[in-house]
Design a protein around this ligand. Structure first.
Ligand SMILES: *[C@@H]1O[C@H](CO)[C@@H](O)[C@H](O)[C@H]1NC(C)=O
Ligand SMILES: *[C@@H]1O[C@H](CO)[C@@H](O)[C@H](O)[C@H]1NC(C)=O
Ligand SMILES: *[C@@H]1O[C@H](CO)[C@@H](O)[C@H](O)[C@H]1NC(C)=O
Ligand SMILES: *[C@@H]1O[C@H](CO)[C@@H](O)[C@H](O)[C@H]1NC(C)=O
Ligand SMILES: *[C@@H]1O[C@H](CO)[C@@H](O)[C@H](O)[C@H]1NC(C)=O
Length: 516
């Protein structure tokens, strides 16, 4: 306890005076607003500097329509006397953050490129530039997935075990690669790209098709499995020719999908056992003896419901585990997969392997399907899942399609979903959905290397929260209020004092203060 007396905290002034950066709000009847952007205008959080010692910055987005509304306040020596006190425990240290991002699918690339060049730039800036929300990760599908307009792989010539006819697609060369290069040039830091494949070429598979239930022919160590490993190397080489190097890759998108009868889109079935053996005998050695030996390999890339079982099978085998760095998780069915018995348990069993969220989207569930312009429920779904993941050792979170059209596509199998950015080609505009701001509350503030720290609370609360210390020593606290009432609280940083604030109903708040 400090001898200094406890005092009230007051938010002193609202800094957001610059109208030119306000959200151009539009309502479509789904609970909250979207922000409309065109080639010359878009709301922007701008560059966020550190407040002076003793001050804090607060950014609030809410169902009522605020989007990253900035205010500044002063830390006080005395408590405000508010019943709910959130106490920062910087000495309790957990995992470090890697980053946040989305996926450059064929569909996202087509939708972005359907806009005029100026609007395309505006959209890419929103995600990647220092004035935007500073995404640092991009997932890149290898060849087609459901978010493509046709089915293809890079090696569709039957019997081409040496991959002499391996070719990137038009979608890579004319769409995804140029956009990734532009995204990279807008970003202040090198982007971390990671690749995921949906299906192997049909001729390598038991079912002779890219869709449905099927796996690689033969056994791990056999020629089909070796060729499929080499396909990854060839992919990395081809992207390298365009100066795009990869931070990581996954062992394949949703391997359990390819075990389901009549699965409707591209999939390649692996069990945990066959994935383990393919990594041990084929993919691991192929990467190790290639120019990409330092790339991070993530297993699973599927629902966290499969943990810890999947990790136990693969990582308790030294021959596979030596090639693995992390575990990728998707968010579908998270409601029936408690984070402690899936994520935290896996972390405690295998603390040297990082957990990373590799895919999530709204609008995938048949009871609430497709695009909902302005849905605040979906913003809360994102923030809730991110906080839950991060509080259970996940080191980063990757959204699905960076952009989609008004119908939630294109998607060749009509698996239409939602995206944080919805493009309206006919008006040459795009809409920043509430989920865009959910991502922003994390991606803009939790720089790579930020370390999650402990927080304790003075009384039970509906608020969900997660706290971090960044490498410059500053503190970030993210709070989600999914309840109907405004609630006052104060934060106690024992080295500095008290920070009083209010979490409006249905809001996401990021608090940032300097500690040194
Ligand atoms: C802070 O608390 C101390 C001790 O309770 C009290 O003496 C002092 O007046 C308070 N300061 C303010 C500004 O309220
Ligand atoms: C872009 O949006 C701004 C703000 O809504 C508007 O003033 C401007 O006219 C728009 N530009 C075009 C070309 O529509
Ligand atoms: C890759 O980068 C090098 C060095 O910066 C440059 O000379 C070359 O033109 C680039 N190649 C492509 C395909 O962008
Ligand atoms: C799978 O598809 C085949 C051919 O359309 C059909 O006969 C079969 O009933 C389907 N099986 C299931 C489980 O849906
Ligand atoms: C969260 O929102 C509810 C509903 O408006 C409100 O009563 C409550 O005070 C808010 N929580 C905080 C901590 O402000």
């Amino acid at each position: 306890m400090r001898e200094t007396a406890l005092l009230l905290i007051v938010v002193i002034n609202i800094l957001r005076a610059d109208n030119s950066r306000d959200c151009q709000a539009l309502t479509f009847g789904h609970g909250s607003v979207v922000c409309e952007c065109n080639a010359t205008y878009c709301d922007s959080i701008g560059r966020v500097g550190l407040p002076d010692l003793g001050q804090f910055l607060s950014f609030v987005s809410s169902k009522a329509g605020g989007r990253l509304l900035k205010s500044q306040g002063q830390l006080q020596k005395n408590s405000s006397g508010t019943a709910l006190r959130i106490i920062l425990n910087p000495n309790q240290k957990y995992q470090r953050i890697k980053g946040f991002g989305g996926a450059m699918t064929d569909a996202a690339a087509m939708d972005i490129l359907s806009l005029s060049p100026g609007t395309q730039d505006q959209l890419l800036k929103q995600y990647f530039s220092p004035d935007g929300i500073e995404y640092s990760f991009v997932r890149v599908p290898m060849a087609s997935c459901d978010f493509s307009t046709r089915l293809y792989t890079y090696a569709d010539t039957p019997g081409d075990y040496e991959l002499v006819n391996f070719r990137l697609s038009e979608e890579d060369i004319h769409m995804k690669i140029p956009l990734l290069q532009r995204a990279q040039s807008l970003s202040a830091r090198p982007l971390s790209l990671f690749a995921s494949a949906w299906s192997a070429p049909a001729w390598l598979k038991t079912n002779g098709a890219l869709t449905g239930k099927g796996s690689l022919k033969g056994k791990p160590g056999g020629k089909e499995h070796k060729t499929w490993a080499q396909y990854y190397i060839r992919f990395l080489e081809e992207y390298g020719k365009y100066n795009l190097s990869f931070w990581g890759l996954t062992s394949g998108n949703e391997p359990t999908a390819g075990q389901m009868t009549n699965y409707s889109f591209q999939a390649l079935g692996f069990t945990a056992e066959t994935q383990r053996d393919w990594i041990a005998l084929d993919l691991g050695p192929a990467l190790h003896s290639s120019a990409f030996a330092s790339i991070r390999l993530m297993i699973l890339d599927d629902q966290r419901l499969l943990l810890p079982h999947w990790a136990k099978v693969v990582l308790s085998d030294v021959h596979a585990a030596r090639y693995v760095h992390g575990i990728g998780v998707h968010w579908y069915f998270d409601r029936i997969a408690p984070p402690d018995i899936t994520l935290a348990t896996t972390h405690h069993l295998y603390p040297e392997y990082f957990l990373f969220a590799t895919e999530a989207c709204s609008g995938w569930n048949p009871v609430d399907r497709g695009v909902r312009l302005g849905s605040w429920d979906r913003a809360e779904d994102y923030a809730h899942d991110i906080i839950q993941d991060l509080n259970n050792y996940v080191t980063g979170w990757t959204d699905w399609n960076l952009a989609l059209d008004l119908g939630g596509g294109p998607n060749w199998v009509k698996n239409f979903v939602d995206s944080p950015i919805i493009v309206d080609q006919s008006k040459d505009v795009f809409y920043k959905q509430p989920t865009f701001y959910s991502m922003a509350h994390f991606s803009k503030f939790l720089w790579e290397g930020s370390q999650r720290v402990g927080v304790s609370i003075s009384q039970s609360t509906v608020l969900e929260l997660s706290a971090y210390i960044r490498h410059d020593g500053s503190a970030v606290l993210i709070i989600l209020n999914r309840s109907e009432e405004d609630m006052q609280f104060e934060v106690w940083d024992q080295t500095l004092g008290f920070l009083a604030s209010t979490a409006p109903s249905h809001s996401i708040i990021t608090l940032l203060w300097n500690r040194q």
